[in-house]
Design a protein around this ligand. Structure first.
Ligand SMILES: [Zn+2]
Length: 528
């Protein structure tokens, strides 16, 4: 038994070191930069009549640029505009902007010492227009030209970006949910196909949306993408793939996306997706050296995987995770502090729990793959000293250069998934297997509907829903996250094989903890 155990540990350690996952949810209304308040009335928003044209051009240095031209109707003589700044790990994206010019008499002035904000001056009631070139690289902070998932990717035959990475916005729009009209046009080579959060295969779109939807939108265009249209529960989904994975046929990507969307929309009784866009980009990297990265956006999601990978279970889990954010993260929000870091145990942890579980139910992960990927997460959690970080300290340190680290950043994901498992087990036992944690999220989604489509839950409000399935289930779990107490994954009777699963005191971090071994009986009553 000792030898077998050792073999397991070795295998997990190897896996843990080669696979780095980034599955972050960029908050669309989370500004790292300075706030600038500028009231805009609902009538002014409606009268904005915004227009954006995106053109792909070649600059004199032979490199491609996006030429972006924006215009809107001034609602007062001076309007503060926000420039692209930080996205995930990139900062100062405005350094990539060049040749910023205004048309006619309009003028742009600096605003205090804040580089990401400028003051736009033009006659109230008149249309103001400005344009700029967007570089594929950052000439100031980076010597080597390097594509980043956190900045627009701009090539001769392809580009992708997120709204807030590239567009300049009137700052006043950040404080209103009112819709404005936007005409989007694309001046791209004839053989290009354009896709985005609002549809695709057209170079002209007339939209009604609010600022958050536009900032959070995904835009992709290119001449070599392979696209597939599938239908999920009667709704269209477009999958566009750029680049190739020799070991993964496109059909497998399409199959996984279709199964996951089907399972998730069924589980949450939600088919309100008139269109949905999924984008995969291959990165020429060894699977060992690369990272799996994905982000969720307005009615869409994107991922980048190294092209030498087989279809690893972790890649499928990442896809499921991002798709799951359409509910947890976009509709159900948690967290009051900057970046909603105080709610990540829920928005990332519960997302990991459901994405992994629903991938299993969808037949995308086998039972072995389910517990294999879960064990690798548990393993990392029990091995890191960061697991004892209090919630307050986590909020202060996470994603801060110099004081954050990957282990710390993974903790809320791990805490939340273990908490979810503990609660699911308790709810099943309290209700004789009639209900599960699924019902908690369905209950929260009902409250989301009452609230108009988005609701930011406090821990007390989550407790109200959870405790509907048993007395005081939630408080104990929340305490552990707040105080940095270790969450121990629950035993699952008839699921965990007794001779391979060893639960030790996780505070003794010198030894590996392996929680779920080979099953003796089906685990399904815990997982369905
Ligand atoms: Zn996430």
């Amino acid at each position: 038994m000792g030898g077998l155990m050792h073999a397991f540990i070795q295998r997990f350690t190897v896996f843990a070191s080669v696979v780095l996952l980034i599955a972050l949810l960029p908050g669309c209304a989370d500004y790292d930069g300075e706030r600038v308040r500028q009231l805009i009335t609902d009538d002014a928003v409606k009268a904005l009549d915004a227009k954006i044209e995106v053109a792909l051009i070649t600059a004199s240095d032979g490199k491609p640029r996006l030429k972006i031209t924006e215009s809107f109707v001034m609602w007062q003589d001076r309007v503060y505009v926000r420039f692209p700044n930080s996205f995930l790990r990139k900062e100062r994206l405005y350094d990539r902007i060049e040749n910023l010019t205004t048309r006619g008499e309009a003028k742009l002035y600096p605003y205090k010492n804040i580089e990401s904000i400028k003051e736009l001056v033009h006659k109230k009631g008149e249309r103001v227009e400005f344009s700029y070139l967007y570089r594929p690289d950052d000439p100031i902070n980076y010597n080597a030209e390097k594509e980043s998932f956190s900045a627009p990717i701009i090539r001769d035959h392809y580009f992708q970006f997120i709204g807030q990475m590239a567009f300049i916005f009137p700052a006043g729009l950040e404080d209103t949910n009112e819709n404005f009209s936007l005409t989007l046009s694309w001046a791209v080579p004839k053989d290009f196909t354009v896709f985005n959060s609002f549809g695709g295969r057209t170079t002209w779109q007339k939209l009604k949306l609010n600022c958050d939807k536009l900032r959070d939108a995904l835009f992709v265009a290119g001449s070599n993408m392979r696209t597939t249209d599938i239908e999920v529960r009667g709704q269209p989904v477009t999958i566009a793939i750029e680049g190739r994975w020799p070991n993964i046929p496109d059909a497998e990507f399409n199959d996984v996306v279709g199964r996951l969307l089907n399972q998730q929309r069924k589980t949450w009784n939600d088919d309100n997706f008139p269109h949905f866009f999924v984008h995969f980009l291959a990165q020429p990297l060894s699977c060992k050296g690369g990272k799996f990265m994905g982000t969720a956006h307005t009615d869409s999601f994107r991922a980048v995987f190294p092209d030498s990978c087989k279809f690893e279970p972790e890649m499928k889990q990442l896809i499921s995770h991002e798709l799951m954010h359409m509910w947890i993260g976009k509709k159900i929000k948690v967290g009051r502090m900057q970046g909603h870091y105080d709610g990540k145990w829920f928005t990332e942890g519960w997302t990991d729990y459901f994405s992994r579980l629903l991938a299993y139910r969808a037949g995308v992960l086998s039972e072995d793959e389910y517990f294999g990927t879960l064990n690798r997460q548990l393993n990392k959690y029990y091995q890191t000293n960061e697991k004892s970080t209090t919630l307050r300290e986590l909020v202060q340190r996470i994603y801060r250069r110099g004081i954050s680290n990957r282990e710390l950043e993974a903790v809320p994901y791990q805490q939340g998934e273990i908490m979810a498992w503990r609660l699911n087990k308790k709810i099943k036992e309290e209700t004789s297997f009639k209900f599960s944690l699924d019902d908690v999220v369905r209950g929260m989604l009902k409250e989301v509907d009452y609230a108009g489509g988005v609701k930011n839950f406090t821990p007390e409000e989550i407790a109200m829903v959870v405790d509907g399935y048993g007395d005081n289930l939630f408080q104990e779990e929340m305490e552990k996250v707040v105080t940095g107490d270790v969450l121990i994954a629950p035993e699952l009777p008839n699921c965990r094989a007794s001779n391979k699963a060893i639960i030790m005191d996780p505070r003794h971090v010198s030894r590996t903890v392996l929680l779920y071994g080979e099953r003796r009986h089906s685990c399904d009553r815990w997982m369905n």
